[in-house]
Design a protein around this ligand. Structure first.
Ligand code: CDP
Ligand code: CDP
Length: 212
């Protein structure tokens, strides 16, 4: 079973994807981390994220980099959204993600283009969303927990800028696949959102079984 989970920053897609992977005993890939690893490499080597050639040269990073806590920072997230718009960067990371999705037994992947590009044949597709203000409040809280003091307005502006870049780029823009179920987590607790996601997976797989 392949489960594709897409959505914008702080919509809750990562939390939901991890919970689904645990519930169904499937391996999970946070594909945003791959773009973050490219971005972190570009920044560390003092290259320019906006230059495609610079970003491409950072695509063969070592796997241990994926565990670096710096990858989760807003600075790297912003640069990730810039490097991810380059078609050659997306092409360089494509096979790794497709291979992960197609491993025997299945997988859960979360990102922006899983249901549309990486695994268009996924058994279940979820598009997770929440209002920009609620996503900004979640990120703001996370940052505060990590001792990063910044204003809610700035976090909201960052979220909006990233949404704009991710949904307007020409190559694999963030989009809800036509056959994806929409899950709005704006007013759901984490537990409630996860329960809703499991219910969607169950109804999809039951429907497939009934028709097959
Ligand atoms: O966790 P958050 O949603 O803030 O970000 P992320 O999923 O770690 O992704 C960081 C950036 O990588 C996004 O803003 C996208 O530009 C890019 N990305 C992408 O283009 N395609 C994906 N499948 C995953 C992430
Ligand atoms: O992966 P993505 O960036 O979409 O979001 P996430 O990392 O799963 O969630 C972002 C933050 O929102 C985390 O601190 C979650 O605990 C929180 N969250 C929440 O408050 N309510 C939800 N229904 C889902 C996530």
């Amino acid at each position: 079973m392949i489960i594709a989970v897409d959505g914008p920053a702080a919509s809750g897609k990562g939390t939901i994807a991890r919970a689904l992977a645990q519930h169904y005993g499937l391996p999970h890939l946070d594909t945003g981390l791959l773009y973050r690893a490219v971005a972190a490499t570009v920044l560390r080597e003092e290259l320019d994220p906006a230059r495609e050639a610079d970003a491409v040269s950072a695509c063969s990073f070592e796997d241990y980099l994926l565990d670096d806590p710096w990858l989760r920072s807003d600075e790297v997230g912003r640069a990730a959204s810039v490097v991810s718009a380059h078609p050659l960067v997306r092409a360089a990371l494509l096979n790794r993600q497709k291979k992960f999705a197609r491993q025997p037994g299945g997988a859960v992947l979360d990102g922006r283009d899983i249901g549309t590009v990486i695994a268009p044949d996924a058994d279940v597709k979820l598009f997770v969303k929440a209002t920009p203000m609620i996503r900004a409040q979640r990120r703001h809280l996370e940052l505060r927990k990590h001792g990063v003091l910044t204003s809610l307005d700035k976090v909201l502006a960052d979220i909006r800028a990233r949404d704009e870049r991710d949904s307007k780029r020409t190559e694999a823009p963030m989009a809800q696949a036509s056959d994806a179920a929409l899950l709005d987590t704006s007013f759901l607790s984490i537990d409630a959102a996860v329960q809703r996601a499991i219910a969607i997976v169950e109804s999809k797989t039951n429907a497939t079984r009934a028709s097959g």
